[in-house]
Design a protein around this ligand. Structure first.
Ligand code: ATP
Length: 459
């Protein structure tokens, strides 16, 4: 049995329609990827599973979908305009650019010898654009570099329209854009990606307890959907690495690079920060943004105070906030990698299979006619497919793309939990064969009982 490597996943994703290089037809656009027919289903299922766990199954959460284009002032007062940058260095010989903290010291310069690097200088990662027909400085807006700011600037709107009491949270899923210096490692580091973020507002003093609870909840979610405990690590950021806007941060790291030396296999899939009252203090009338160097930017632009009125103590206060922030693309990649296995079947054949959690699997059932030149069989297969997708509301595929072995191989590689095969006998006795992805065991089931059978097993 062999597991995933990044190369194997890239190859499977292209072969089976999970992901394609963005703008591939025209030579590509670096740092962008397009989700294909299987990829969009998987990604939507990941987002649905997150939303269900964090919004529908809790009593203390609201949802939000804020704009991607943001007024420049939002990102000025959040501190992004001044400081959202990575250290950029250039090689004086080959003119290539690198992120100073990520350059591989063993990399050779194409011009010979080692790179001859400039001193690092800050490179702001935000994509700038102009809004409206006139392109000048007054019309500059940014594509948001994280979804979080959309939540902070709507804190008061959500509070007033829902009458929530602390503690409560706001969840959002959406695109974010960063002009990364060196996008790499497939969908791990890209320039356009999606985030799933929660800002959970709490009474000051209760923040440390809530931070611990959110870390535990998030770890449990990954495990519930199949991530093996050994592939997920917690990294508590030491005080010297903490951002000035964070009181404590625990990163969840996934084993994205199993082929590397042991110390370099894990990297961040999600960060869970205790940001105390930093963000709402930035975005409130009369508030201020504190910078790392000790300077401040007073807020003379916000039109109202974003405070919370605490009735028992009769005080207006700025809540503290816990932020679990994950990237949809990295999380999707983690689920793909964890599910991937190359196995030996009992007949001694090789197969590649994605053991995805059924809720995440892009397709739940594939219906396969044993002979594609037999109209009765094809008709019966198509009817069963239609019934499963309407009555059972299951994403179902009709697959007559090859012989039965090829169909099984294809469905195993996209992680379809069940294959339903219609054979000659089915036409006589209205029974079909159901093959299970993980065990490859087969059951003979009456067509009438099929949707119940599948539903029960999908949970
Ligand atoms: P990194 O240190 O890897 O650049 P970060 O700490 O800057 O990431 P955050 O700002 O904490 O990332 O963003 C939260 C999450 O968003 C990350 O944990 C990651 O899953 C995702 N993310 C951030 N940048 C990217 C990117 N360029 N491509 C894909 N996902 C990203």
């Amino acid at each position: 049995m062999a597991g995933a490597t990044m190369d194997k996943i890239v190859s499977l994703c292209k072969r089976r329609g999970f992901l394609f290089q963005g703008s591939e037809l025209y030579g590509g656009l670096q740092g962008t990827w397009d989700y294909g027919p299987m990829g969009v289903e998987l990604k939507n299922n990941v987002k649905r599973a997150w939303w269900r766990a964090n919004v529908y199954e809790r009593d203390d959460m609201e949802g939000l979908d804020a704009s991607i284009l943001m007024n420049r002032l939002v990102l000025r007062h959040s501190g992004h305009e001044a400081t959202f940058s990575d250290p950029l260095v250039d090689c004086r010989k080959c003119k290539k650019r690198f992120r100073a903290d990520q350059i591989d010291p063993t990399e050779k310069c194409p011009e010979g010898g080692a790179h001859n690097l400039t001193e690092p200088r800050p490179f702001n990662l935000m994509f700038k654009t102009t809004v409206g027909p006139i392109e000048d400085d007054d019309n500059i807006a940014y594509l948001r570099p994280e979804t979080a700011q959309g939540i902070f600037v709507n804190f008061k709107n959500v509070l007033d329209s829902t009458n929530r009491k602390l503690p409560f949270g706001i969840a959002q899923i959406g695109k974010a854009y960063r002009n990364e210096i060196t996008p790499k490692n497939f969908i791990f580091r890209v320039r356009e990606f999606e985030q799933m973020e929660i800002e959970y507002f709490v009474m000051p003093g209760t923040d440390e307890e809530w931070h611990k609870r959110w870390i535990a909840d998030r770890v449990a979610w990954y495990q519930q959907y199949g991530i093996r405990p050994g592939n997920l690590q917690q990294f508590v950021q030491p005080p010297e690495e903490l951002s000035h806007y964070s009181k404590a941060t625990t990163d969840l790291l996934y084993r994205f690079f199993p082929e590397r030396d042991e110390s370099k296999q894990f990297d961040e899939v999600e960060g869970i920060a205790n940001r105390f009252d930093y963000d709402l203090t930035c975005h409130t009338k009369g508030g201020k943004t504190a910078f790392k160097d000790g300077s401040f930017l007073p807020n003379e632009h916000a039109v109202l105070k974003q405070t919370y009125f605490d009735q028992p103590t009769n005080t207006h206060l700025i809540p503290y906030v816990i932020e679990p922030s994950g990237g949809v693309d990295r999380i999707t990649l983690a689920f793909l990698m964890d599910a991937y296995e190359e196995e030996q079947t009992t007949e001694g054949k090789e197969r590649t299979v994605l053991h995805l959690h059924p809720d995440l699997a892009p397709v739940k059932v594939a219906v396969i006619p044993l002979a594609r030149n037999k109209p009765n069989m094809v008709e019966m297969a198509k009817r069963i497919k239609r019934d499963l997708q309407t009555t059972g509301k299951l994403r179902t595929l009709f697959d007559d793309s090859g012989n039965i072995g090829k169909c099984y191989a294809r469905q195993d590689e996209i992680g379809t939990p069940f294959c339903v095969t219609i054979d000659h006998q089915s036409l006589e006795d209205q029974q079909v064969t159901v093959r299970h992805r993980d065990t490859m065991l087969q059951d003979r089931i009456s067509v009438d009982a099929l949707d119940r059978y599948v539903e029960e097993r999908l949970g």
